[in-house]
Design a protein around this ligand. Sequence first.
Ligand SMILES: Nc1ncnc2c1ncn2[C@@H]1O[C@H](COP(=O)(O)OP(=O)(O)O)[C@@H](O)[C@H]1O
Ligand SMILES: [Mg+2]
Length: 369
Amino acid sequence: MAIQRLSLTNFRNIPVADLMPAAGINVFIGKNGSGKTSLLEAIYLLSLVRSFRSKNITKLINHSAEQFTVFAQIKADATTAYSLGIQRKHQEAETEILFRGQKPAGVAELTATLPVQLINPDTFRLLEGSPKERRQFLDWGVFHVEPSFMHAWKRFQRALKQRNSLLRRGRIDPFEIQLWENELAINGELITAYRQEYLARLKPLFASLLARFLASQAFVLNFQRGWDKNLSLAESLLASRVKDSEQGFTQIGPQRADIRVAINGYAAMDILSRGQQKLVVSALKLAQGALLSELRNKQCVYLIDDLPAELDRQHRMIFCEVLEQQSGQVFITGVDADALAEGWQQPKSISWFHVEHGQISPKPYLSTK
Ligand SMILES: Nc1ncnc2c1ncn2[C@@H]1O[C@H](COP(=O)(O)OP(=O)(O)O)[C@@H](O)[C@H]1O
Ligand SMILES: [Mg+2]
């Protein structure tokens, strides 16, 4: 999986861009405000039809234009390529998507075709942010490797909504609530089993990456499934019915699951520096990509915004080495070309681009030292 061609029109400060990125590593160098993050945002959009910076997608339309377009040709394997276009107009309420010439059934179709992982200066927040973000991270991985996950997830969400609305109604029909609890229990246990199986496979890959990033630190990746360890989900739902109806929502279950990273017995976010936290989260994300490739033979696209930020030279070099050894396509941005020129085993295979005032063009690296 790799983007062979990428065209942008009126996307943020980029009026027009047409690139042929390499299947391996692409480095984008430019001053602050030149448009580097915008470029990554456009690729992220192709996978998820949303931005990591703005809630409202119309913010991505260039200020002096009526619409933006992002178009990509995605290489699926040696002989197959798909086209994907996304357009948003100010006057229209919906974002138009054309995938292989047709309107896709849902965003999941795009996400499955083009798995994207973002590593940016906010990445360390995964450790200290809300459990919701960590669940999203975990489920991204499960979704991509377990084809039945989505089905169980949708049924679970529907049942959860129904149970919550019954809880808020006051007088609860025990028969009706039992029906939804059965549905919740079946799908919730399934989701949890998928998550646990996934984490069991992820752990060794995470461990080996982390050993390279943070040598000699003993870590544990803990999974909390979201309800009492000694009860089944059905038992737990029954036991919390009264409390749940007081609160008006379901307080236990996989919708409350969390993952935690502990280093030497302490929560990672409490003892590691921001740079180290960034490395831990990067190791988690890179492990996800490696697992996807191992289990599904699918490569994910890495968007790495401002790689040198908060990493010292040694860790930057290890990072580059790790990126070069994995099989996915990589888009890296940085302000300083020299900081991103070291650490490559095969410097000749790196594709360099220069970004200036929204113009993106290939430009071979020339040392300024
Ligand atoms: N909708 C928009 N239209 C035009 N310019 C925009 C829009 N949104 C953001 N910008 C501008 O685009 C520039 C590039 O931003 P960004 O991609 O974050 O740069 P970089 O990552 O290279 O520092 C910024 O100067 C910002 O003010
Ligand atoms: Mg930026």
